[in-house]
Design a protein around this ligand. Sequence first.
Ligand code: G3P
Ligand code: MG
Length: 258
Amino acid sequence: MWFYPKIIAHRGGGTLAPENTIAALQCGLSHGFHAVEFDVMLSADGVPVLMHDPHFGRTVRGEGQVALTSAADLGKLDAGAWFDARFSGEPVPAYEQAVHFCKSNGIWMNVEIKPAPGHEVETGRVVGEVTRRLFAKEIAAAERSASQGNASGLPLFSSFSFDALGQAAKAAPEIPRGFLLDTISPDWQERLEALGAIALHTNHKKLSREQAAEVKRAGYGLFCYTVNDPERARELLAWGVDAFCTDRIDLIGHDFAA
Ligand code: G3P
Ligand code: MG
Protein backbone atom coordinates (compact mmCIF):
# COMPACT_ATOMS: atom_id res chain seq x y z
CA MET A 1 0.00 0.00 0.00
CA TRP A 2 2.75 2.45 0.89
CA PHE A 3 6.32 1.40 0.12
CA TYR A 4 7.85 4.84 0.57
CA PRO A 5 9.21 7.11 3.27
CA LYS A 6 6.63 8.57 5.65
CA ILE A 7 7.98 12.07 6.18
CA ILE A 8 8.74 14.07 3.05
CA ALA A 9 10.30 17.51 2.59
CA HIS A 10 7.81 19.73 0.74
CA ARG A 11 9.14 21.52 -2.37
CA GLY A 12 12.64 20.33 -1.47
CA GLY A 13 13.45 22.12 1.76
CA GLY A 14 10.08 23.35 3.04
CA THR A 15 10.28 26.87 4.43
CA LEU A 16 14.02 26.74 4.99
CA ALA A 17 15.12 27.28 1.38
CA PRO A 18 13.75 28.66 -1.89
CA GLU A 19 11.21 26.09 -3.09
CA ASN A 20 11.81 23.81 -6.05
CA THR A 21 15.52 24.54 -6.41
CA ILE A 22 18.64 22.40 -6.09
CA ALA A 23 19.49 24.48 -2.99
CA ALA A 24 16.17 23.34 -1.52
CA LEU A 25 17.01 19.69 -2.21
CA GLN A 26 20.41 20.26 -0.61
CA CYS A 27 18.74 21.85 2.40
CA GLY A 28 16.37 18.90 2.85
CA LEU A 29 19.31 16.54 2.58
CA SER A 30 21.33 18.50 5.16
CA HIS A 31 18.39 17.99 7.55
CA GLY A 32 18.61 14.24 6.96
CA PHE A 33 15.68 14.02 4.52
CA HIS A 34 16.01 11.35 1.87
CA ALA A 35 12.49 11.97 0.57
CA VAL A 36 11.19 15.04 -1.26
CA GLU A 37 8.16 16.38 -3.04
CA PHE A 38 8.60 18.91 -5.83
CA ASP A 39 6.47 20.44 -8.60
CA VAL A 40 7.13 19.94 -12.30
CA MET A 41 5.83 22.16 -15.13
CA LEU A 42 6.65 22.37 -18.86
CA SER A 43 8.59 25.20 -20.46
CA ALA A 44 7.48 26.64 -23.83
CA ASP A 45 9.79 24.20 -25.60
CA GLY A 46 8.45 21.21 -23.72
CA VAL A 47 11.19 20.75 -21.11
CA PRO A 48 10.01 19.81 -17.61
CA VAL A 49 11.34 22.22 -14.96
CA LEU A 50 10.80 22.59 -11.22
CA MET A 51 8.18 25.29 -10.73
CA HIS A 52 4.99 25.75 -8.73
CA ASP A 53 3.36 28.90 -10.16
CA PRO A 54 2.50 29.20 -13.87
CA HIS A 55 3.13 32.96 -13.72
CA PHE A 56 6.29 34.81 -12.73
CA GLY A 57 6.13 37.27 -9.86
CA ARG A 58 6.45 35.25 -6.67
CA THR A 59 9.56 33.05 -6.86
CA VAL A 60 11.04 34.63 -9.97
CA ARG A 61 10.84 38.33 -10.84
CA GLY A 62 8.96 39.75 -13.81
CA GLU A 63 5.73 39.21 -15.61
CA GLY A 64 6.24 36.15 -17.81
CA GLN A 65 4.70 32.71 -17.88
CA VAL A 66 6.50 29.38 -17.58
CA ALA A 67 4.55 27.89 -20.50
CA LEU A 68 5.60 30.78 -22.76
CA THR A 69 9.31 30.80 -21.80
CA SER A 70 12.01 28.48 -23.11
CA ALA A 71 13.87 26.20 -20.72
CA ALA A 72 17.11 28.06 -21.53
CA ASP A 73 15.53 31.37 -20.50
CA LEU A 74 13.91 29.85 -17.41
CA GLY A 75 17.34 28.54 -16.42
CA LYS A 76 18.67 32.12 -16.40
CA LEU A 77 16.01 33.37 -13.95
CA ASP A 78 16.86 33.87 -10.29
CA ALA A 79 14.65 31.56 -8.22
CA GLY A 80 16.52 32.18 -4.96
CA ALA A 81 16.75 35.93 -4.33
CA TRP A 82 13.04 36.30 -3.36
CA PHE A 83 13.72 33.99 -0.43
CA ASP A 84 16.99 35.39 0.88
CA ALA A 85 19.97 37.24 -0.56
CA ARG A 86 22.23 34.29 0.30
CA PHE A 87 20.35 32.26 -2.35
CA SER A 88 20.71 34.91 -5.09
CA GLY A 89 21.42 33.42 -8.49
CA GLU A 90 19.90 30.02 -7.66
CA PRO A 91 18.45 28.93 -11.03
CA VAL A 92 15.18 27.26 -11.98
CA PRO A 93 16.37 23.66 -12.34
CA ALA A 94 15.38 21.32 -15.12
CA TYR A 95 13.52 18.26 -13.83
CA GLU A 96 16.33 16.13 -15.20
CA GLN A 97 18.89 17.98 -13.03
CA ALA A 98 16.73 17.50 -9.94
CA VAL A 99 16.38 13.77 -10.68
CA HIS A 100 20.13 13.51 -11.13
CA PHE A 101 20.72 15.26 -7.79
CA CYS A 102 18.23 13.03 -6.01
CA LYS A 103 19.49 9.80 -7.53
CA SER A 104 23.10 10.63 -6.70
CA ASN A 105 22.16 11.39 -3.11
CA GLY A 106 19.73 8.53 -2.50
CA ILE A 107 16.70 10.80 -2.26
CA TRP A 108 13.27 9.35 -3.04
CA MET A 109 10.96 11.59 -5.09
CA ASN A 110 7.27 12.42 -5.10
CA VAL A 111 7.05 14.14 -8.47
CA GLU A 112 4.00 16.39 -8.49
CA ILE A 113 2.97 17.00 -12.10
CA LYS A 114 1.82 20.62 -12.04
CA PRO A 115 0.60 21.58 -15.52
CA ALA A 116 0.09 25.22 -16.42
CA PRO A 117 -3.65 25.62 -17.15
CA GLY A 118 -4.45 24.27 -20.62
CA HIS A 119 -1.27 22.16 -20.76
CA GLU A 120 -2.48 19.15 -18.77
CA VAL A 121 -2.26 16.47 -21.47
CA GLU A 122 1.12 17.51 -22.83
CA THR A 123 2.65 17.94 -19.37
CA GLY A 124 1.54 14.51 -18.17
CA ARG A 125 2.79 12.86 -21.34
CA VAL A 126 6.19 14.56 -21.37
CA VAL A 127 6.87 14.08 -17.65
CA GLY A 128 5.92 10.42 -18.10
CA GLU A 129 8.25 9.98 -21.09
CA VAL A 130 11.18 11.78 -19.48
CA THR A 131 10.77 9.86 -16.23
CA ARG A 132 10.58 6.56 -18.07
CA ARG A 133 13.90 7.39 -19.77
CA LEU A 134 15.59 8.60 -16.57
CA PHE A 135 14.49 5.54 -14.59
CA ALA A 136 14.92 2.89 -17.30
CA LYS A 137 17.32 0.84 -15.14
CA GLU A 138 15.14 1.08 -12.05
CA ILE A 139 12.05 0.12 -14.08
CA ALA A 140 13.86 -2.94 -15.42
CA ALA A 141 14.97 -3.86 -11.89
CA ALA A 142 11.42 -3.45 -10.59
CA GLU A 143 10.12 -5.69 -13.38
CA ARG A 144 12.75 -8.32 -12.59
CA SER A 145 11.84 -8.38 -8.92
CA ALA A 146 8.13 -7.91 -9.71
CA SER A 147 8.12 -5.43 -6.85
CA GLN A 148 5.85 -2.41 -6.73
CA GLY A 149 8.59 0.14 -6.78
CA ASN A 150 9.53 -0.09 -3.13
CA ALA A 151 13.04 -1.48 -3.38
CA SER A 152 13.71 -0.24 -6.87
CA GLY A 153 13.95 3.47 -6.25
CA LEU A 154 11.07 4.43 -8.52
CA PRO A 155 9.51 7.82 -7.85
CA LEU A 156 5.80 8.37 -7.24
CA PHE A 157 3.85 10.67 -9.54
CA SER A 158 1.04 12.79 -8.17
CA SER A 159 -1.19 15.45 -9.67
CA PHE A 160 -4.37 17.41 -9.04
CA SER A 161 -4.96 17.02 -12.78
CA PHE A 162 -6.77 13.79 -13.65
CA ASP A 163 -5.87 14.31 -17.32
CA ALA A 164 -2.17 14.89 -16.64
CA LEU A 165 -1.92 11.83 -14.43
CA GLY A 166 -3.81 9.76 -17.00
CA GLN A 167 -1.30 10.76 -19.67
CA ALA A 168 1.62 10.00 -17.35
CA ALA A 169 0.09 6.57 -16.75
CA LYS A 170 -0.01 5.93 -20.50
CA ALA A 171 3.54 7.16 -21.10
CA ALA A 172 5.10 5.52 -18.03
CA PRO A 173 2.74 2.83 -16.73
CA GLU A 174 5.51 1.42 -14.51
CA ILE A 175 5.77 4.57 -12.39
CA PRO A 176 3.25 4.43 -9.54
CA ARG A 177 0.69 7.22 -9.16
CA GLY A 178 -1.16 9.04 -6.39
CA PHE A 179 -4.17 11.24 -7.18
CA LEU A 180 -4.30 14.62 -5.45
CA LEU A 181 -7.68 15.82 -4.21
CA ASP A 182 -7.87 18.91 -2.04
CA THR A 183 -11.21 17.67 -0.67
CA ILE A 184 -12.06 13.99 -0.90
CA SER A 185 -14.95 13.72 -3.38
CA PRO A 186 -17.66 11.04 -3.29
CA ASP A 187 -16.21 9.49 -6.47
CA TRP A 188 -12.63 9.39 -5.18
CA GLN A 189 -12.28 5.63 -5.48
CA GLU A 190 -13.58 5.51 -9.07
CA ARG A 191 -11.09 8.20 -10.02
CA LEU A 192 -8.19 6.29 -8.41
CA GLU A 193 -9.29 3.09 -10.13
CA ALA A 194 -9.52 4.83 -13.51
CA LEU A 195 -5.95 6.09 -13.08
CA GLY A 196 -4.63 2.83 -11.66
CA ALA A 197 -3.43 4.93 -8.72
CA ILE A 198 -2.04 3.33 -5.58
CA ALA A 199 -2.60 6.28 -3.26
CA LEU A 200 -4.84 9.21 -2.45
CA HIS A 201 -3.04 12.50 -1.67
CA THR A 202 -5.14 15.04 0.18
CA ASN A 203 -5.21 18.22 2.26
CA HIS A 204 -4.92 17.20 5.91
CA LYS A 205 -6.99 20.24 6.97
CA LYS A 206 -10.05 18.75 5.29
CA LEU A 207 -9.46 15.11 6.26
CA SER A 208 -11.52 13.40 8.96
CA ARG A 209 -10.64 10.27 10.90
CA GLU A 210 -13.56 8.47 9.21
CA GLN A 211 -12.33 9.38 5.73
CA ALA A 212 -8.83 8.23 6.58
CA ALA A 213 -10.22 4.90 7.77
CA GLU A 214 -12.30 4.56 4.58
CA VAL A 215 -9.29 5.12 2.31
CA LYS A 216 -7.23 2.61 4.26
CA ARG A 217 -10.06 0.04 4.29
CA ALA A 218 -10.25 0.33 0.52
CA GLY A 219 -6.57 -0.63 0.37
CA TYR A 220 -4.99 2.61 -0.82
CA GLY A 221 -2.01 4.55 0.42
CA LEU A 222 -2.95 7.84 2.09
CA PHE A 223 -0.67 10.87 1.84
CA CYS A 224 -1.37 14.30 3.36
CA TYR A 225 -0.11 17.77 2.58
CA THR A 226 1.23 19.99 4.12
CA VAL A 227 1.61 19.11 7.79
CA ASN A 228 3.61 21.61 9.83
CA ASP A 229 2.38 21.02 13.38
CA PRO A 230 3.95 18.06 15.21
CA GLU A 231 0.80 17.44 17.26
CA ARG A 232 -1.37 17.24 14.13
CA ALA A 233 1.28 15.05 12.50
CA ARG A 234 1.04 12.56 15.38
CA GLU A 235 -2.75 12.56 15.13
CA LEU A 236 -2.70 11.85 11.39
CA LEU A 237 -0.23 9.00 11.79
CA ALA A 238 -2.46 7.56 14.53
CA TRP A 239 -5.41 7.72 12.08
CA GLY A 240 -3.46 5.51 9.70
CA VAL A 241 -2.16 8.21 7.34
CA ASP A 242 0.83 6.61 5.63
CA ALA A 243 2.89 9.68 4.84
CA PHE A 244 2.88 13.46 4.66
CA CYS A 245 4.98 16.27 3.37
CA THR A 246 6.06 19.12 5.61
CA ASP A 247 7.42 22.64 5.27
CA ARG A 248 8.82 22.49 8.80
CA ILE A 249 11.72 20.11 8.30
CA ASP A 250 13.27 21.81 11.33
CA LEU A 251 10.33 20.86 13.63
CA ILE A 252 9.30 17.54 12.10
CA GLY A 253 12.38 15.47 11.42
CA HIS A 254 12.84 12.79 8.78
CA ASP A 255 12.66 10.20 11.59
CA PHE A 256 9.50 11.68 13.18
CA ALA A 257 7.45 8.55 12.50
CA ALA A 258 10.08 6.14 13.80
O1 G3P B 1 1.87 17.40 -3.38
C1 G3P B 1 1.41 17.99 -2.23
C2 G3P B 1 1.39 19.49 -2.29
O2 G3P B 1 2.60 19.96 -2.79
C3 G3P B 1 0.25 20.02 -3.10
O3 G3P B 1 0.12 21.41 -3.06
O4 G3P B 1 0.36 23.67 -3.96
O5 G3P B 1 2.11 22.77 -2.47
O6 G3P B 1 1.88 21.90 -4.78
P1 G3P B 1 1.17 22.47 -3.60
MG1 MG C 1 3.42 20.35 -4.74
